[in-house]
Design a protein around this ligand. Structure first.
Ligand SMILES: NC(=O)c1ccc[n+]([C@@H]2O[C@H](COP(=O)([O-])OP(=O)(O)OC[C@H]3O[C@@H](n4cnc5c(N)ncnc54)[C@H](O)[C@@H]3O)[C@@H](O)[C@H]2O)c1
Length: 454
């Protein structure tokens, strides 16, 4: 990538930051909310944290956020926990209380513990919450983000943030409202905050392997959990939400839910979205109806401007060889990267095998899961709210493009998909959120390439 392109990138980021800061100050004057500007005016006011979707990552992100506050010396407490499942609320509250209570960073009273389908609404409208960690199934991110933004809360949104064209436009619209209100939205694409990973992308953009000609991305891992049918059996809606990984309308399928990190890296390195995708995929090892309608493997060729191709392979098979890595091939050599949060390592070589540069990902590295919250909190207290919904929505959409190309068997363009009316969720959710049932919610069909059209 040329120098002029790099300076354009930094200038764009600077302008984004600057205008967000102005928006924050303007909005603070008009809102009775703890926006970034208001925070700065009020002095060291305590920030209050809530989490919607208190599963593995939601609980983990709360710990990362409180750790970030601790390291930055920002007064902040966890005040509210919400989840569809009451036992998840109880387990997460207990564990987080044990970890953060002794550090005076925990204040989750019983009336700020919410469960059920409307738990997200209760938490987002609670006056004792300023920042909302959102880690429900991705297909519901548009709902939690909309609710958080409408209630004037800052957001940390786990990836992916959308599962179809409709939710893509929804989260971007919420992003605009947030910008106008001076609210921050930081996303869980944590590699963008890891020193060694950033170093690799900088080097690629500065031409360490010449011009990028192609790349190869793999996210091939094992199978994941299944949470059964419930006792007494869950309603069809609750069953799908509890086993959300296996329903495309909730997870986006494995290519969005899991592989987004490696697909995001391609867009990041190219500073662009792909133009189109051609793909195949299916389900061969996870065919039982209990596994909903997702595929278990994808093979996608993304094409960027000037015909540069990126080949992506993703799968979830038990007992096969796992491979999670990224490889860029340029006119002068190759850069091979092994992603691993906090320990991402990479090596750049010439085509005849000479090492040009390497980063072991150990010395001078940082903890990206904590770093993303540091940037969120720093932005809030400095009156410069970070706004990054566009990048993560685009990367989520890139995954959706690969998925839909595989589901349909057709070559699809990014623009076509963005303009399409692809909307996966069942009816009746939009106005008041998902309803507990009994709801007539059949399992969606597994897509058949050739007969499925979008
Ligand atoms: N950045 C990363 O490295 C990373 C790692 C893991 C997961 N994630 C992302 O985090 C999110 C959560 O993943 P997880 O592994 O924690 O899954 P999880 O199943 O452990 O947690 C999801 C939680 O959401 C709850 N939930 C479901 N429907 C709900 C509703 N309608 N209202 C409120 N709560 C509801 C579930 O009960 C569950 O507790 C996903 O988007 C996932 O892709 C990111």
């Amino acid at each position: 990538m040329s120098e002029s392109k790099n300076s354009a990138i930094s200038r764009r980021s600077f302008v984004k930051q600057g205008s967000a800061g102005l928006a924050a100050t303007a909005a603070a004057a008009n809102l009775g909310l703890l926006t970034t500007g208001a925070y700065a005016q009020a002095g060291n006011q305590e920030l209050r944290l809530g989490v919607v979707g208190a599963g593995g990552r939601g609980s983990g992100a709360v710990g990362n956020c409180l750790q970030a506050a601790e390291e930055l010396g920002i007064p902040m407490k966890l005040t509210a926990v919400a989840d569809l499942a009451p036992e998840r609320v109880a387990d997460s509250t207990k564990a987080l209380g044990e970890a953060w209570g002794p550090k005076n960073r925990f204040d989750v009273k019983p009336d700020r513990q919410f469960s059920g389908m409307d738990a997200y609404k209760k938490l987002c409208s609670n006056p004792d919450v300023d920042v909302v960690v959102q880690a429900t199934p991705p297909g519901l991110r548009y709902l939690t983000l909309r609710e958080a933004v409408n209630n004037g809360k800052h957001s940390f949104v786990e990836k992916p943030v959308c599962v179809d064209a409709d939710t893509y436009h929804h989260v971007l619209a919420s992003g605009n409202i947030a910008k106008n209100k001076g609210l921050a939205i930081v996303s869980g694409t944590q590699y963008r905050r890891e020193n060694s990973y950033k170093d690799a992308i900088d080097q690629l953009q500065n031409g360490i392997i010449g011009d990028i000609m192609a790349s190869y991305q793999y996210y091939c891992g094992g199978t994941l959990w299944h949470r059964g049918k419930g006792t007494p059996p869950w309603t069809p809606m609750e069953y799908q939400m509890r086993n959300w990984l296996y329903f495309t309308w909730l997870s986006g399928d494995l290519i969005a839910e899991q592989s987004i990190h490696n697909i995001d890296a391609i867009n990041w390195s190219m500073d662009a979205n792909p133009v189109k995708a051609y793909a195949s995929g299916g389900r061969i090892s996870r065919t039982d109806a209990a596994f909903g309608n997702v595929y278990d493997h994808f093979d996608v060729h993304f094409e960027y401007a000037n015909g540069i191709r990126s080949s992506f392979m993703g799968r979830q098979y038990q007992g096969a060889t796992n491979k999670v890595e990224n490889r860029w091939v340029g006119t002068k050599g190759e850069l091979y990267l092994k992603p691993n949060p906090g320990r991402t390592a990479w090596i750049a070589k010439t085509h005849d095998g000479q090492i040009v540069k390497r980063n072991t990902g150990r010395r001078g590295n940082n903890q990206p899961y904590v770093e993303e919250h540091k940037e969120l909190l720093k932005g809030i207290v400095d009156g410069k709210p970070v706004m990054e919904i566009q990048e993560v929505a685009d990367s989520s959409m890139t995954c959706i493009l690969g998925r839909e190309a595989a589901y349909s068997g057709k070559e699809l363009t990014f623009d076509y998909l963005v303009k399409s009316n692809l909307k996966l969720r069942p009816g009746g959710i939009d106005a008041n959120g998902p309803q507990p049932g009994p709801v007539n919610l059949p399992f969606p069909d597994v897509r058949r390439p050739g007969s499925y059209k979008i």
